[in-house]
Design a protein around this ligand. Structure first.
Ligand code: SF4
Length: 353
């Protein structure tokens, strides 16, 4: 039986060789190999990738970089501008925190992202994983980084059973031990585990026959690949009924900004009445908005991770000048504002009629 240090050394060698031969060509990897990559590119891509698919991030990364090419450019931008460029990536809180982190880097670190995990973690929005990613992939530090992909790979390799949440702390310890053994190869080993989890050791149907470390994998030897990690019990999604009203005032429309906190915080939308029990009636919406003659023009469902939002879209015409904190704008000008995906669909449809 192989000793643990031998297993770890074989893992490191197998992962390193495989990654160098098979890594996907992704836009944020263009600035350098793991360990010597541009720190700002690492930060932006990792924040984008937290809750958005790789293919979507690959489409949007270049546009973000063209608009905000470095930390100083991002720090100097207005928040609304950052949110507008972020549109379509979802989870806008990430964009706000990224913007705040850029400002802190300029104010406190002379515009350079720090090297140490501890200092990085003091920046807004940088958790253990993102700080580890910047320290490792950009600065070549021996830090570990564990996301859901890495946790799954390590749990399967080690035959660690249980849910991902239960295995997470164990996976961090395991990744730290591997990073310490890997020394200067730690960045490439980290990224190789992320890549393996994304492309080969996938949640369902892992392609073990193509895995570079299959001979070291306990889950494969025992046939547990599909059972690790164990599925978590899903919480039921919350249902929201949203009545969105396109109010035309001449060739303009009325828009409002969402509250400071909660879903799509501070983003712009057409006036929208939300309820949790049922959709508002025509009379209720007319009373709420102070308009008459509403016409229902569309209905669709938008799914977020935690909510099912059932939209009903209404239309009205008004001559009113004052809208109580709301604004009356040209529909085309909304492209410069931060607007959620479903509200964008409503406004764009309105622009085209
Ligand atoms: Fe994952 Fe299969 Fe490789 Fe094990 S052998 S790490 S289960 S892909």
């Amino acid at each position: 039986m192989k000793r643990k240090t031998e297993v770890d050394e074989a893992l490191i060698r197998g992962l390193t060789r495989w990654f160098r031969a098979s890594a996907r060509d992704l836009p944020w990897r263009a600035s350098g190999p793991p360990g010597r990559r541009d720190a700002y590119h690492v930060l932006v891509s990792e924040v984008m990738l937290q809750q958005t698919q790789v293919s979507r991030v690959a489409e949007r990364f270049g546009e973000f970089m063209a608009r905000f090419p470095d930390v100083a450019a991002l720090a100097g931008a207005e928040e609304d501008e950052v949110l507008a460029v972020w549109s379509g990536l979802g989870y806008y809180r990430r964009a706000r925190l990224l913007h705040a982190a850029a400002r802190a880097v300029v104010a406190e670190h002379g515009g350079r992202l720090p090297r140490e995990v501890r200092t990085l973690r003091a920046l807004p929005g940088l958790g253990r994983y993102t700080a580890g990613a910047v320290a490792s992939l950009a600065h070549g530090e021996g830090a570990a980084l564990v996301d859901a992909n890495v946790a799954r790979v390590l749990m399967r390799l080690g035959g660690r059973r249980g849910t991902a949440a239960v295995g997470m702390e164990w996976a961090w310890e395991r990744a730290e031990a591997l990073a310490a053994r890997a020394g200067e190869r730690a960045p490439v080993v980290n990224e190789a585990m992320m890549e393996l989890g994304a492309t080969v050791c996938t949640p369902r149907g892992p392609r073990c026959e193509q895995c570079p470390v299959r001979d070291l994998c306990i889950a494969r030897a025992k046939g547990w690949q599909e059972r690790i990690p164990a599925p978590k019990v899903k919480a039921a999604k919350k249902e929201v009924f949203a009545s969105a009203v396109v109010v035309r005032v001449g060739d303009r429309i009325v828009v409002e900004q969402r509250p400071e906190k909660g879903l799509w915080a501070r983003m712009w939308q057409v006036p929208t009445l939300e309820r949790e029990d049922r959709a508002a009636t025509r009379e209720e919406i007319e009373e709420w908005l102070g308009v008459k003659g509403l016409k229902k023009v569309d209905a669709f469902v938008h799914e977020t991770t935690h909510r099912t939002v059932r939209f009903e879209v209404w239309e009205a015409v008004s001559q009113r000048k004052l809208w109580n904190g709301r604004e009356v704008v040209a529909p085309a000008s909304t492209s410069e504002r931060a607007i959620s995906t479903p509200q964008r669909r409503i406004v764009v449809k309105d622009c085209s009629v």
